[in-house]
Design a protein around this ligand. Structure first.
Ligand code: NAD
Length: 283
C-alpha cells in the first residue's frame, strides 16, 4: 500500500508540526481538530514557519504555496475516510485516544495504518481497541517537529513487521531518523528525560535551588542547550505530569512518582509556555 494521503488528528503544537512536515514532503494532509480556533492557529503557525524558511532561503515561495495547497483543515472526522495513514496527536488522555482509535477503525479502509504520537500511552492498548491491532504503531515525533530529526517508532505487542517497516521508511522520506522502541512506559526518550525533569522540580520543591539556578547548572555544567525547567515549560507541564503518572503506574516503582509541585502547577492551570505561565512567565 502506497501512502499518499495522511490524516493528522489534533492541531496543537505537535499535530501542526507533523502536518507541516508531511505536506512539505509531498503528502496530501488533512488536519483534524474539534476546535475551530486550534485549526485556525495551526494554519497561521504553519504559514509563519514557512515564511521564515523562505527568509532563510531554505525553501522558495513556490514551495510554500505548494505545501499550503496540500493541507486541508477540518472538524469532520468523516473527511478522513480515504486516508492511507493516520497520525493521532490529540490531547494525552487515554480514554479520548481509545475512543478515537475505535472510530477510525470503523471508518477507514482496513489497509490504513493507525499511528499515535502519544508520549506515554501503551500502543498495545490503543491497538487492542481496534480490529486491526497489527496495523497500529507509535510514531513519536519530537518537539518542535519541523526542527527535530528524531522519530521513535514504537512497536506494540501486536504490530506486524510490515507496518513498522513501512513507518520506518516513511520517516526517512520525511528526512527524519527513526529509532525502534518496544512498547514499555516512556519508550526511550521520555523514560530517560522525564525523571530528570521531575528531579529538577524536586530540587526546587525542596528549596535546594531556584528555578533559574537549576537551569543554569544543567546548561553550563552539563552543556544542555536548554535547562530542564525551561524544557518542561516548553513540552507542557500537563504532558510531563501525565507521562510521569503513566511510568509510575506502568513500572510500579516509586522512583517515577511525580513531584507534588508539578501536580500543583497543573492544578493551577500553569501548563508552561502554552498557557503563559509555568516555571517561567511568558508574555
Ligand atoms: P496540545 O494541547 O498542544 O494539542 C492537543 C490538540 O488536541 C488540541 O488542539 C485539542 O483541541 C485537540 N483535541 C483534544 N481532543 C480531541 C479530539 N477528541 N479530537 C480531535 N482533537 C482533539 O498537545 P500537544 O503538545 O500537541 O500533544 C499532542 C500529543 O503529542 C500528546 O499525545 C502528547 O503526549 C504528544 N507529544 C507531545 C510532545 C510535546 O513536547 N508537547 C512531544 C511528543 C509527543
Amino acid at each position: 500500500m502506497t501512502v499518499r494521503h495522511v490524516a493528522v488528528l489534533g492541531s496543537g503544537q505537535m499535530g501542526s508540526g507533523i502536518a507541516q512536515v508531511f505536506a512539505q514532503s509531498g503528502y496530501e494532509v488533512t488536519l483534524y481538530d474539534l476546535q475551530k480556533e486550534a485549526l485556525n492557529q495551526s494554519k497561521k503557525q504553519i504559514e509563519r514557519l514557512l515564511l521564515r524558511s523562505i527568509e532563510k532561503e531554505r525553501i522558495t515561495s513556490a514551495e510554500k504555496e505548494a505545501t499550503m495547497k496540500r493541507l486541508q483543515f477540518t472538524r469532520e472526522l468523516s473527511d478522513l475516510k480515504h486516508v492511507n495513514l493516520v497520525v493521532e496527536a490529540v490531547v494525552e488522555d487515554e480514554a479520548v485516544k481509545v475512543e478515537l482509535f475505535k472510530q477510525l477503525d470503523d471508518m477507514t479502509s482496513e489497509d490504513t495504518i493507525l499511528a499515535s504520537n502519544t508520549s506515554s500511552i501503551p500502543i498495545t492498548k490503543l491497538a487492542a481497541a481496534t480490529q486491526r491491532p497489527e496495523k497500529v504503531v507509535g510514531m513519536h515525533f519530537m518537539n518542535p517537529v519541523p526542527v527535530m530529526k528524531l522519530v521513535e517508532v514504537i512497536r506494540g505487542l501486536q504490530t506486524d513487521d510490515r507496518t513498522y517497516k513501512k513507518v520506518f521508511q516513511l520517516t526517512k522520506e520525511l528526512n527524519k531518523t527513526a529509532v525502534l522502541s518496544m512498547d514499555f512506559p516512556g519508550f526511550i526518550a521520555n523514560r530517560i528525560l522525564m525523571p530528570m525533569i521531575n528531579e529538577a522540580i524536586f530540587t526546587v520543591y525542596e528549596g535546594v535551588a531556584s528555578v533559574e539556578d537549576v537551569d543554569t547548572v544543567m546548561k553550563l555544567g552539563m552543556n544542555h542547550p536548554m535547562g530542564p525547567l525551561t524544557l518542561a515549560d516548553f513540552i507542557g507541564l500537563d504532558t510531563c505530569l501525565s507521562i510521569m503518572e503513566v511510568m509510575y503506574e506502568g513500572f510500579g516503582d516509586s522512583k517515577y512518582r511525580p513531584c507534588p509541585l508539578l501536580k500543583q502547577y497543573v492544578q493551577a492551570g500553569w501548563y508552561g509556555k502554552k498557557s503563559g505561565r509555568g516555571f517561567y512567565i511568558y508574555t
